[in-house]
Design a protein around this ligand. Structure first.
Ligand code: SAM
Length: 267
């Protein structure tokens, strides 16, 4: 199949929300309940994207403050539109967070770490801005296992186009596994590391409802779909459809699992 090189495109907020932001918004409250951070804390959301996690912090955690750091100007603009005045937003990256040392109590990051090229440096940077005794926590999709809407997609894509294996997030991203998350957090000298699976249902009313978000081009799988010529895209669509468990009423009931990790900054 003809395809362009791998691209982790994060440029347009609305298609991102449709593809995965809406599911991150469902993981976020479960993740925050698990963290159980007292009210009145200073929070930082690294790679805040379109605001899924920081909006939930604002709504549910009664924070003293929330800062968000994000490299995509367009995602920042989207978040600014919905959270203006409630979150302080900064252009920046996980490896260069534009905040002073020990300036927050809790640093969180949703669905980001796999996309950071120097992950150990990102953890060191998160630990720098988090006060001693504070918390660092994150979640990533279980791309290799129970993030089913993507797993089924890549299984179909690779069966048709063995080259697509290079783009398969379950293979590209070793950090989608709990042992790798544990190792990364330990490498930054963090303590009391805990890991937990968070599962949500991802129901689709029809195959079209499942497939449409893949045509938005945001994120690795949609970027791959949109890199294909029309005939190859149609073959892939039919192959994905054949693999999905379609109910008698046409709906498709899948599960999405995120691996969540939390740890303490050494006091
Ligand atoms: C899957 S999205 C997650 C967005 C949001 N946190 C959520 O839960 O919906 C991945 C995000 O990571 C951001 N990102 C990519 N590389 C990054 C880096 N080096 N540092 C910080 N964020 C990064 C992208 O711009 C994008 O917003």
């Amino acid at each position: 199949m003809n395809q362009k090189p791998a691209s982790d495109t994060w440029e347009r907020g609305s298609p991102y929300e449709h593809y995965v932001g809406r599911w991150s918004r469902q993981i976020a409250p479960l993740f925050l309940v698990w963290l159980s951070i007292p009210v009145g804390r200073r929070w930082l959301d690294v790679g805040c994207g379109t605001g899924a996690l920081c909006a939930t912090i604002v709504d549910r955690c009664a924070p003293a403050s929330v800062d968000g750091v994000e490299p995509s100007e367009e995602f920042l603009r989207t978040t600014r539109e919905s959270l203006a005045g409630r979150v302080s937003l900064h252009p920046g990256s996980a490896t260069a967070i534009p905040l002073p040392d020990a300036s927050v109590d809790v640093t969180v990051s949703g669905l980001v770490l796999n996309f950071v090229s120097d992950q150990p440096a990102a953890l060191v940077e998160m630990a720098r801005v988090t006060r001693a005794g504070g918390t660092i926590a994150a979640y990533v999709w279980d791309y290799a296992g129970k993030m089913e809407l993507m797993r089924l997609f890549w299984d179909a894509a690779v069966a048709l186009d063995p080259d697509a294996v290079k783009l398969d997030e379950g293979i590209r991203f070793p950090l989608c596994r709990p042992d790798a998350l544990d190792k990364l957090f330990a490498s930054a000298g963090l303590q009391h590391i805990e890991i937990k699976a968070i599962d949500i249902p991802t129901p689709f009313a029809s195959f079209d409802a499942y497939w449409q978000p893949f045509l938005g081009g945001q994120g690795p799988a949609p970027a791959y779909v949109m890199s294909l010529h029309e005939s190859a895209r149609a073959r892939l669509r039919d192959s994905v459809r054949a693999r999905l468990p379609v109910e008698a009423d046409g709906s498709i009931l899948l599960t999405a699992r995120a691996w969540a990790v939390r740890a303490g900054v050494t006091a």
